[in-house]
Design a protein around this ligand. Structure first.
Ligand SMILES: Cc1cc2nc3c(=O)[nH]c(=O)nc-3n(C[C@H](O)[C@H](O)[C@H](O)COP(=O)(O)OP(=O)(O)OC[C@H]3O[C@@H](n4cnc5c(N)ncnc54)[C@H](O)[C@@H]3O)c2cc1C
Length: 422
C-alpha cells in the first residue's frame, strides 16, 4: 500500500484533486485498514467524471490494485467482479465464458464500480442503465466493516447508485446474458423535422441507437444504429433511411476526428463488447480534450426538448464538439437519473474551456427546465440542490441510508455537501 504525493487530476484534466493522501491497497484487508483509520475518505475509480465527486478532503483510494477477480456463475447467469476493474478488462473475459452484459456506455475504459455509482448508461429504449445489472454488492463502510447487500435487501435499490457516499465498494455481482453479436451502421444528414413524427421509431430501429447533432444545421450529423442479429429488429442496410444516407466509410462521432478510435461500422458483425461502445479500449475515447454535460428527462418530452435546444443552437454551437441523444429504460434505483421514468438523454461534449462552457450549461438547463431534467451525476451541471431534491423522491431515504452506513460523514466531500447536504 502506498501513499503518493503530487497533483492528480481526473481524466479530462479539469479537476485537480485536492486530497492530500492517496492510497493504493492491494487487498480488501488493507483497504479496511485505510478506511477505518482515515478521518475522511473517497474512492477514485478511473477518474472519468467531469466534476469533483471523487475528490476528498482527506484520503483518496484507488482499488485498481485489488485482485482483478472475475467469477462467472453460469447457472445463476451472474458474474462477481472486483470493483476496480474496467468494463474493457471484464468484457473479453466474460465473452470467453459465453456471456455478455446487456449494454455498455460509449467507452469501455471506465471502472465498473465508478460507472454503477453514477448511473452511467448506454442507449436503447429497452436498455436500462449499467447500474441496473447489479444484483449484489460488497462495501467497506466507515468503520472498516464489510457489508454485503443483495436484491433481497430493502436498502439495495438505494445503495447501487450511491455517488461514493456509502462506503468503498469492493465487489459487484452483475446479471449476465448469453453472448450476442452486434453490427452497426452510421447514417448521415437526417433532417431534424423527421424526428417530430418519428423520434420513437428512429430510436427503436436498433438495439442501441445514438443520434448526434451539432445544432448548427437542422439535421443530425450522424445516426448510429447498433443492431442485434437475434432480437427481431430489422437489419440495417446500405439503403438511404428516412432520407438519411449511409456513411460510405467508418466515422468518429466527434466531427473532424479520425475513425481509428471508433468501433467497427459498415454493418460488419462482431461481439457485443466490440460494437456497443463507440470507442475502442486501446485508444483515447472521444476527443480527449473536452468537458461533458448530460441531462435525462422523461422520454415523452424528447421532441419538445429537441426544439428547445434548436432554439438555443446559436449559443450552444460555438462551444460544442457534439451533442448525443440516447434513450434509457426506467429503473427502480433511488438516485438513478432514470428512476421510474423511461428517459431520453441529451449529452453535450464541450470544448475544454470551463469559463466559456459554464454559462452555456446554465442556458441549456434553462431551456430544458420545463421538462424536469436530471443531470448525469458524473458530469458538469449547475442545477441547484433544491431543484435536484424535487426530482428524486427517494433522496430522503438515501440520506437515511448514508447516515446509517456513515454516521460520522467520513465519505462526505464538497460534492456531497453541495448536492446531498451532507
Ligand atoms: C470520454 C467519456 C465518455 C463517457 N461516456 C459516457 C456514456 O456513454 N454514458 C454515461 O452515462 N457516462 C459516460 N461518461 C461518464 C462516466 O461514465 C461516469 O462519469 C462514470 O462514473 C466514470 O466512472 P469512473 O470509474 O471513472 O468513476 P470516477 O469518476 O472515478 O468516480 C465516480 C464516483 O464514483 C465513486 N466511486 C468510484 N469507485 C468507487 C468504489 N469502488 N466505491 C465507492 N465509490 C466509488 C467516486 O468516489 C465518485 O464519486 C463518459 C465519460 C468520459 C470521460
Amino acid at each position: 500500500m502506498s501513499t503518493t504525493a503530487g497533483p492528480r487530476t481526473n481524466w479530462a484534466g479539469n479537476i485537480t484533486f485536492a486530497a492530500p493522501d492517496f492510497y493504493h491497497p492491494a487487498s480488501v484487508g488493507e483497504l479496511r485498514t485505510v478506511v477505518a483509520r482515515a478521518r475522511q475518505v473517497r474512492v477514485l475509480g478511473t477518474g472519468h467524471s467531469f466534476n469533483d465527486m471523487a475528490d476528498s478532503p482527506g484520503a483518496q483510494v484507488s482499488l485498481a490494485g485489488l485482485p482483478p477477480e472475475v467469477e462467472v456463475d453460469s447457472a445463476a447467469s451472474q458474474v462477481r467482479v472486483a470493483a476496480g476493474l474496467s468494463y474493457a478488462s471484464l468484457a473479453g473475459r466474460l465473452d470467453r465464458r459465453g456471456f455478455a452484459l446487456r449494454n455498455l456506455a460509449s467507452l469501455p475504459h471506465i471502472s465498473v464500480a465508478g460507472s454503477c455509482a453514477t448511473g452511467t448508461h448506454g442507449s436503447g429504449p429497452l436498455n436500462q442503465c449499467l447500474s441496473a445489472a447489479v444484483t449484489g454488492l460488497e462495501l467497506v463502510t466507515a468503520d472498516g466493516d464489510v457489508v454485503e447487500l443483495s436484491r433481497d435487501d430493502a436498502a439495495f435499490p438505494g445503495a447501487v447508485v450511491h455517488l461514493g457516499a456509502l462506503g468503498a465498494v469492493t465487489r459487484l455481482i452483475l446479471e449476465v446474458v448469453p453472448s450476442f453479436e452486434v453490427s452497426q451502421r452510421v447514417y448521415e444528414g437526417l433532417p431534424l423535422d423527421v424526428l417530430d413524427d418519428h423520434f420513437a421509431a428512429v430510436m427503436a430501429s436498433g438495439y442501441s441507437v445514438s443520434m448526434f447533432a451539432d445544432w448548427r444545421a437542422p439535421r443530425l450529423t450522424q445516426l448510429w444504429i447498433k443492431s442485434r442479429a437475434d432480437d427481431g429488429t430489422p437489419p440495417v442496410t446500405e439503403e438511404p433511411w428516412f432520407t438519411a444516407t449511409p456513411a460510405p466509410a467508418a466515422r468518429n462521432p466527434v466531427p473532424g476526428l479520425p475513425a481509428d478510435n471508433s468501433t467497427a461500422q459498415l454493418g460488419e458483425p462482431g461481439p457485443w463488447f466490440e460494437r456497443l461502445p463507440h470507442f475502442r479500449p486501446e485508444f483515447t475515447p472521444s476527443a480527449g480534450d473536452e468537458l461533458q454535460t448530460e441531462y435525462l428527462l422523461p422520454a415523452a418530452y424528447a421532441v419538445p426538448a429537441v426544439h428547445a435546444l434548436q432554439r438555443a443552437g446559436d449559443r450552444i454551437a460555438p462551444v460544442l464538439r457534439i451533442c448525443e441523444i440516447r434513450m434509457i429504460a426506467a429503473d427502480e434505483l433511488w438516485l438513478s437519473p432514470a428512476f421510474r421514468q423511461d428517459s431520453v438523454a441529451f449529452h453535450f461534449t464541450w470544448r475544454p474551456d470551463t469559463a466559456a462552457v459554464l454559462p452555456v450549461v446554465s442556458l441549456v438547463e434553462r431551456h430544458l427546465a420545463p421538462f424536469g431534467p436530471r443531470p448525469h451525476w458524473g458530469k458538469i451541471f449547475t442545477i441547484p440542490a433544491a431543484e435536484l431534491a424535487d426530482r428524486y423522491d427517494r433522496l430522503p431515504d438515501f440520506l437515511d441510508l448514508a447516515r446509517n452506513y456513515d454516521p460520522g460523514g467520513k465519505f462526505r466531500n464538497a460534492y456531497t455537501a453541495r448536492y446531498l447536504g451532507r
